[in-house]
Design a protein around this ligand. Structure first.
Ligand code: AMP
Length: 416
């Protein structure tokens, strides 16, 4: 390959897509294919099974949607494509992207997810959807109630397969796959390929082609990533300092537990109006309302747990703060991916608070993304305590509530 061809990114019209697809892509404003799209689309268009190793924020949804839409027979009223995703937020996000890209085609998409009333989903299916997107549990439910028939499906898509298996959806996924014809195309997307995902692929896919975009280019190149060493009881102060220093346009603060997120939110709520909280225990309606306010820019500071981290369908947030270091390296990638911008030159920023005894976790994250995080140095925040003492403080901190006195008066200035 010459240097020239290496540097020139392919265009959408070089991937084998039909005119309608190209018109849709132009319509939604995608100028050039993302790397996963450039590699995945031509293979998927051949009808072969494909495993795409790619993360959120890489454009993976359009990568599997465009070739799939080209196969749909719009005049046939039965379900031809089933997309399985781990959460309702992700399912809804996928459905939205499918609808966006299907604008030029008269296809019907129905989302079938738990936590939503069944009635409209059943009605949607009865009207004759060609594409169904959903979480495995509700999909099974719909099959059992005979509202959903997968016997004529020609494309099965498993999105975030690693996450679905982590959650424990394996039996449901297998049941669903057994309801689909063996003569079909199966597309599997996954951030990682641990043995359970490989086993699933071996059993239910036919000589799948691999498209590996797992080198974290998107995340590492488009996000500036920092860490600060901080004792547990000083994280709040560090957060306030960071907000004042960075004055983020919009910021998500990820907290490990719902209780922790709530505590933190309550502290900020007393001083600021443009803050919100989102976690898995909140009713779906409330979650939707919060996300709407965040999307519109009305909310600038959002406290969140990982449960919703993957479902937040925004990828242009200026700042991410890992108030607690993520337990799983994949969650780090997903959290940070929320600030990975595809269509802008501006870089997002991600800050991770690390206590002294979490050095190993920081190292695993760095190994995972194959990159060292820069140290965000704040005077007075370098941890100086011995490990044992720091542990003790952390435990004490778990028990105590944040107090208003922990705040600096100028917090308002930071997010005003
Ligand atoms: P995904 O990885 O599928 O969650 O996509 C991340 C975001 O990138 C979504 O908001 C898409 O609408 C957007 N996107 C997908 N493909 C492109 C593209 N080729 N150019 C610009 N934005 C894109």
């Amino acid at each position: 390959m010459t240097q020239d061809t290496q540097e020139v990114a392919p265009r959408f019209d070089e991937l084998g897509l039909d005119e309608l697809s190209l018109a849709s892509v132009a319509d939604v404003g995608y100028e050039t294919p993302s790397p996963i799209q450039a590699e995945f689309i031509p293979v998927a268009l051949t009808g072969e099974d494909v495993i795409g190793q790619a993360r959120t924020g890489t454009g993976k949804t359009a990568a599997f949607t465009l070739p799939t839409l080209e196969k749909i027979d719009e005049n046939a009223e039965y379900v031809q494509t089933i997309v399985l995703a781990p959460t309702r937020e992700l399912s809804e996000q996928v459905a939205k992207e499918v609808e966006k890209l299907a604008l030029k085609r008269p296809v019907r998409v129905v989302t079938v997810v738990g936590g939503r009333p069944m009635g409209p989903q059943i009605q949607g299916l009865q009207k004759g959807a060609q594409i169904v997107v959903g979480t495995p549990g509700r999909v099974i439910d719909m099959i059992n109630r005979r509202h959903l028939d997968l016997s004529r499906v020609s494309t099965v898509i498993l999105d975030e397969a690693d996450r679905m298996l982590d959650i424990g959806f394996r039996p449901d996924i297998e049941k669903i796959l057994r309801r689909c014809p063996t003569e079909r195309q199966t597309l599997l997307l996954s951030a990682t390929l641990p043995p359970p995902v490989e086993k699933l692929a071996q059993r239910y896919m036919r000589s799948p082609k691999m498209v590996d975009l797992s080198d974290d280019n998107v995340v590492t190149e488009s996000v500036e990533q920092f860490f600060t060493t901080v004792d547990g009881d000083r994280k709040l102060r560090l957060l306030v300092h960071l907000l004042q220093d960075q004055r983020p346009q919009q910021c998500i603060v990820f907290v490990r537990t719902k209780r922790g997120a709530e505590k933190l939110f309550n502290q900020f709520k007393r001083r600021l109006t443009n803050v919100e909280l989102i976690h898995g225990d909140l009713p779906q309606r409330k979650r939707d309302r919060v996300m709407k306010k965040f999307r519109s820019g009305e909310v600038r500071l959002l406290f969140a747990t990982d449960v919703v981290g993957r479902g937040i369908d925004i990828s242009s947030i200026s700042h991410i703060v890992n108030f607690d270091i993520p337990e799983y390296q994949d969650d780090y990638v997903h959290r940070v991916g929320r600030t990975g911008r595809l269509s802008s030159d501006e870089k997002g920023r991600a800050y991770t608070f690390v206590t002294r005894e979490q050095g190993d976790q920081l190292t695993s994250i760095e190994m995972r993304i194959n990159k060292m995080l820069h140290e965000y140095l704040v005077p007075g925040f370098e941890a100086a305590r011995p490990v044992a003492a720091a542990k003790h403080v952390d435990q004490a901190n778990e028990e105590k509530s944040w107090t208003v006195d922990d705040f600096d008066d100028s917090l308002e200035v930071a997010t005003a």
